[in-house]
Design a protein around this ligand. Structure first.
Ligand code: ZN
Length: 261
């Protein structure tokens, strides 16, 4: 058995200097993770720059808008989800999960098991090259864009104010003394589902052009040869991800019985 594996590995090695398929697959998984970790690290560095500024006029322009990415090797995108609980059936739209459980926001029903069973999941790591080389993957991810909110304004109830006063932080009199400028906060301004693809060659990821990715991910998918792909720094095909806004009213609400004192 061990000999057989060694022979296979040698055969694969002879055909390609990048190493055997199993090794390359492992590397691609790590590289895709690193790709998103690097993008998130850039965002974190910019957020840190914003945090370190003493005054809002010193905020670097690059820190005002940033992107954070959700990607997981075991994550998936679920298009057109309808809650599997017969009593609920909420139409939830597209959902994404980075490997953690997914629940219906309306009734709490666990959704992933059923969605995976009926094949309504699009993996975030989608190997397309089978046993061939080079390794080709389709990668799906979630991009959240954040805008810096200088005021970091939040409503404080009079009750809270009476217990912990925010006056020291909000009174313009305190401006410049370190109390007024609260360093802002990042608010989510948009969420998108992205699809891209990579070819692994020379121990590096090369992004596939959007036109080829579109063909590879359409229904039914088209096979695109590596030689006809245009590899470069393209960026993914992105679609806005709409948040679930609750169930639409299906019938007139029941008339409230007047309360008797
Ligand atoms: Zn539900």
């Amino acid at each position: 058995m061990r000999l057989a594996i060694a022979v296979l590995a040698a055969a694969a090695l002879a055909g390609c200097s990048d190493g055997p398929l199993s090794e390359q697959e492992k590397e691609v998984k790590a590289e895709v993770g690193r790709h998103f970790a690097e993008l998130n690290a850039q965002a974190a560095a910019r957020a840190q720059e914003a945090k370190l500024t003493k005054s809002d006029i010193d905020l670097p322009a690059t820190a005002l808008v940033l992107n954070r990415y959700d990607w997981d090797l075991n994550g998936a995108i679920y298009p057109d989800v309808e809650c599997s609980n017969a009593a609920c059936k909420a139409k939830l739209g597209t959902l994404a999960s980075i490997g953690v459980e997914l629940r219906c926001p309306a009734c709490g029903q666990e959704l992933m098991t059923e969605l995976t069973r009926v094949g309504k999941s699009l993996p975030m790591f989608d190997l397309r090259s089978g046993t061939g080389l080079p390794v080709v993957v389709i990668v799906r991810y979630v991009r959240k864009s954040y805008a810096y909110d200088l005021t970091s304004a939040v409503l404080v109830s009079s009750k809270t104010e009476s217990v912990i006063s925010t006056k020291a932080f909000t009174d313009p009199e305190n401006r410049g003394k370190g109390g007024y400028y609260a360093n802002g906060l990042y608010r989510v301004t948009g969420t998108a589902i992205g699809t891209t693809g990579f070819v692994y060659r020379g121990r590096e990821l090369h992004e596939i052009d959007p036109e080829s990715v579109k063909k590879m991910t359409q229904d039914p998918p088209e096979t695109v040869s590596v030689s006809s792909m245009k590899l470069g720094r393209w960026g993914g095909i992105e679609k806005p991800l709409m948040p679930w806004l609750g169930k639409p009213p299906t019938e007139a609400p029941a008339k409230e019985t007047p309360k008797t004192p």
